[in-house]
Design a protein around this ligand. Structure first.
Ligand code: C2O
Length: 573
């Protein structure tokens, strides 16, 4: 549990980023948040915008971004743009109309990139492949650290108006996930790069350009970003580079002070979790990795997340893939959530997460999971053209805007990098969770129809009937938690257990622990209604319960309560 002391130290912290005040862009249309300006104060001023008028119009001199950003000359002169709905079926952000995003206390924040006159298509064609190394192996007296910290310092020193400036780079993430863009063709729908099949490729491209900018600023194209190897025992702490020197450009004071080294990361972290011995936590973490990468990631949608196409409302999709939720979300919350869940710091909320340099090492490892799923676990990429043709816009190392497609980021060697070949202990079956008890008698509990819909404000047990197999089709059973309703502004998490009569005795290395549902606070508010799916056929087999006609399902809240509409078991479609 975090302490009051932790809150005090986070409040007193003056992050590097405070020198980069988030001034309103002259190009912002402020469609949803008119009359807002951001003031620069000595401490934390960059994150405390002031509203000057609740219902004012754009200030004099503030141009409509739609008139100046691209005009009809850039992206929108292409055939795709003439009528986006006619040709483009992928979900695409409406770049011509970036507006203020929102911070957790509902204040607007301008995350829009600088205006651009021309956007070029970009297809990478690297001829040399560099290796991204595990972050824990670099010490602060290494040459590597010198290069890396020099690059980040130079990024911080660039003019705040330069799109390669560190804060501008952090804002790219904010604009893409916190209400900066709407969906092309549907101005009423917000565009978002979390919670769908865009998650892995968008973040791959984002880290790619961040790395290119680093290379450019230190004039060394051999430089690569490190990866935070949180999936192996040697990497299960904040890597020393990011924490050892308070004046380092890699340091960030807005991290949970209870989770600094030697604290071992908890890949299923929930506020209030009891700290366990490091060896025990490592064992849990390896079990979590096994569950998420192997047991629960059998299909493309399991791993990548659900399809997201033109016209889709992101707030009603099936949602995030297994890895995005666990461990990705929990690495964010563990690093950046302090005291109470309504008080996240940089890594703990999506609008601010990329202000912490460790974000890019975290996402390099998330990206590495993609390569492991393909290479070691024989997963395959989607071949759906709505995925392959989806595109994003980033500023490159020359501060020029480029348009990139998912189909051009699938081979990391063409992007010029690969990952250091470090041991992957969770691939071994010894990491697989074991049953706490086999073939037990299930206690009695109500039928889901008697319980749902309900607000999950205390643990809930239900006995769920298994479907009867008829005809052909998959016999793989999926436990579906249906209609999970919450506000995207909140941190949300609940744990799910199967055939477990004592959840307090059950841990992530037990088969009965299925996993969790989670969502990181974004910044902006949005009501979401989604589902969470768990594969249970193999789990029931392990538990010796393959012949039972019912299962016991337990949901345990770990955050702000969510509403749940039902629990059922269906065959995989
Ligand atoms: Cu875009 Cu780790 O989040």
């Amino acid at each position: 549990m975090a302490s009051l002391g932790a809150m005090a130290s986070a409040t007193n912290c003056v992050p590097h980023s405070s020198s980069f005040c988030s001034k309103i862009s002259p190009f912002s249309n402020n469609r949803r948040n008119p009359g807002v300006k951001v003031t620069c104060k000595a401490k934390n001023g960059d994150r405390r915008p002031e509203t000057t008028s609740k219902n004012g119009e754009n200030s004099p001199g503030i141009l409509d971004r739609r008139d100046v950003l691209l005009g009809l000359g850039g992206l929108y002169s292409t055939s795709l743009a003439a009528n986006p709905m006619a040709l483009a079926k992928p979900a695409l952000p409406d770049f011509k109309d970036c507006v203020d995003a929102t911070q957790p206390n509902d204040t607007p924040i301008n995350c829009c990139p600088p205006a651009a006159a021309r956007i070029e298509d970009y297809v990478p064609s690297a001829t040399t492949v560099r290796t991204r190394m595990a972050a824990q192996s670099a010490t602060v007296d290494s040459d590597y650290y010198k290069k890396y910290s020099a690059a980040i310092q130079k990024m911080r020193n660039l003019s705040p108006a330069d799109p390669r400036n560190f804060r501008q780079q952090a804002n790219v993430h904010c604009a893409y996930c916190d209400g900066g863009y709407t969906l092309q063709g549907n101005p009423k729908l917000l565009y978002e790069i979390h919670g769908s099949w865009l998650f892995f490729p968008w973040h791959r491209w984002y880290v790619y350009f961040f790395e290119k900018i680093c290379q450019n600023l230190i004039d060394d194209d051999t430089f690569t970003l490190p990866f935070w190897n949180w999936d192996a025992p040697g990497g299960m702490q904040i890597p020393p580079m990011y924490n050892s020197i308070v004046t380092s450009p890699l340091y960030n004071c807005l991290r949970n002070p209870d989770h600094l080294p030697p604290s071992v990361i908890n890949l299923e972290w929930s506020d209030g979790d009891v700290t366990v011995d490091p060896e025990v936590q490592i064992k849990y973490n390896l079990a979590i990795m096994y569950t998420q990468m192997i047991t629960q990631s059998k299909t493309q949608a399991d791993f990548f997340g659900s399809p997201y196409r033109a016209g889709d409302d992101i707030s009603t999709l099936n949602g995030a893939g297994q890895i995005e939720q666990t461990p990705h979300n929990h690495v964010h919350s563990w690093t950046g959530t302090v005291v109470d869940l309504s008080n996240p710091v940089d890594m703990g909320a999506l609008y601010s997460a990329a202000r912490d340099p460790i974000f890019f090492a975290h996402h390099a490892n998330v990206d590495r999971m993609w390569t492991i799923w393909l290479n070691q676990l024989k997963g395959t990429n989607f071949t759906d053209s709505d995925w392959l043709n989806a595109y994003f816009i980033f500023y490159n190392e020359q501060a020029k805007p480029v348009r990139v497609k998912i189909q051009d980021c699938l081979d990391t060697t063409k992007l010029g990098y690969t990952y250091e070949d470090v041991p992957i202990p969770w691939l071994d079956v010894s990491a697989k969770p074991k049953p706490r008890a086999k073939a037990k008698t299930l206690p009695s509990a109500p039928d889901p129809a008697q319980v749902f819909p309900t607000t999950l404000d205390k643990p809930i047990n239900v006995i769920v009937k298994r479907p009867k197999k008829s005809g052909s089709g998959s016999s793989e059973e999926i436990l579906v938690i249906e209609g999970i309703e919450y506000d995207k502004g909140n941190h949300v998490k609940f744990n799910v257990y199967i055939n477990e009569d004592d959840v307090n005795a059950c841990h992530p290395d037990n088969t009965e622990f299925l996993g969790s549902f989670s969502s990181l606070p974004h910044g902006h508010r949005m009501n979401v209604k989604t589902n969470k799916r768990f594969r249970i056929s193999e789990v029931l087999q392990e538990l010796g319960a393959q012949d039972y006609d019912k299962v016991l399902v337990t949901l345990v809240p770990k955050s702000t309560p969510v509403k749940i509409n039902g629990v059922k078991i269906e065959f995989d479609s």
